[in-house]
Design a binder for this molecule. Structure first.
Ligand SMILES: C[S@@+](CC[C@H](N)C(=O)[O-])C[C@H]1O[C@@H](n2cnc3c(N)ncnc32)[C@H](O)[C@@H]1O
Length: 286
């Protein structure tokens, strides 16, 4: 039995987000906002739950897209502190950020949010499918569920072991592994006719930085992944309608990362009973 609230073996995501937050500027916020908008559409007047808020950049984006209320939650206290810092900078009061696991959210928030957004989170909980089902239960009938999950690749078994190992290493050893990883990444880009320096400067399309992404990728434990067909079929069984899948387009998939596929689902009015998970008093994996 694994205690899903015990983060002692988890990668310290929050430390990485605290460091990344020093880079957040208007360009990164604009990239993040465009990413949220492309999945969730117009948020004007909507309630928005950001599960696993990380840096808080996407909660900030939701506020800027006009959300009426933003609730950001994360299991890592450093992530929550960084989320609060970024949200405070917006000078608004229609948000809150709490240290709480997806598995601990109270019953009264079920069927509550117009939009539930959880990007790159549910595969790091130690019980991915249960986390997906639980997160989906917070969507209001008629609402939107936007998630992203690592795509299954032939190398997922290797990466799971690598992440467990990396996340236990002292910082200098992690830095050494990162240098090797970045060198291989730059070589692969050069060999395929791309400019690694430009890539490094530009970051990725969600406003992320390559350096922080690499640390997150190499250490992100617990780790699970899913094939898009599995995700769509799982959500349909919960009564959701599939609206959009954006597969992550990555060269040499699996070698430098599995890439996160994005999914958007719609919860029809009549899906309420189907999607409510059986509540347990304590979050334990069976
Ligand atoms: C890879 S980061 C993604 C952060 C953010 N959503 C983004 O797109 O940048 C994963 C985040 O999920 C959080 N997390 C992991 N397990 C969680 C759980 N059970 N409940 C809530 N948050 C969790 C981690 O602490 C971390 O901040």
């Amino acid at each position: 039995m694994t205690d899903l609230l015990d983060v002692s073996t988890h990668f310290r995501f929050g430390q990485n987000w605290a460091d990344y937050s020093k880079l957040v500027d208007e360009r990164r916020i604009t990239d993040a906002r465009e990413s949220v908008e492309s999945l969730c559409g117009d948020l004007t007047g909507k309630t928005f739950l950001d599960i696993g808020s990380g840096s808080g950049l996407f909660s900030v984006s939701a506020l800027r897209l006009g959300a009426k209320e933003v609730v950001a939650v994360d299991i890592d206290e450093d992530s929550v502190a960084t989320t609060r810092k970024l949200l405070t900078g917006e000078g608004r009061d229609n948000w809150r950020a709490e240290r709480i696991s997806v598995f601990e959210l109270p019953d009264h928030v079920h069927d509550k949010f117009d939009v539930v957004y959880s990007w790159g989170v549910l595969h790091h909980t130690g019980a991915m499918w249960r986390a997906v089902e639980t997160a989906a239960s917070f969507v209001k009938p008629g609402g939107t569920f936007a998630i992203s999950l690592y795509e299954k690749t032939p190398l997922c078994g290797f990466w799971k072991r690598e992440k467990r190992f990396y996340s236990l290493l002292p910082k200098p050893a992690q830095v050494t592994i990162r240098i090797g990883y970045h060198a291989a990444w730059a070589a692969a880009l050069l060999l395929t006719g791309h400019n690694p320096v430009r890539r490094w400067r530009e970051g990725n399309e969600r406003g992320m930085s390559i350096a922080h992404d690499a640390h997150d990728w190499l250490g992100g434990f617990p780790y699970e992944s899913a094939a898009p067909a599995e995700v769509i079929s799982f959500m349909k069984k919960l009564g959701f309608e599939h609206r959009q899948t954006v597969p992550y387009r990555i060269r040499l998939k699996g070698l430098f990362g599995s890439g996160c596929a994005e999914y958007v689902f719609h919860k029809p009015e009549e899906a309420v009973a189907k999607s409510a998970p059986k509540r347990r008093s304590r979050a334990k994996a069976g």
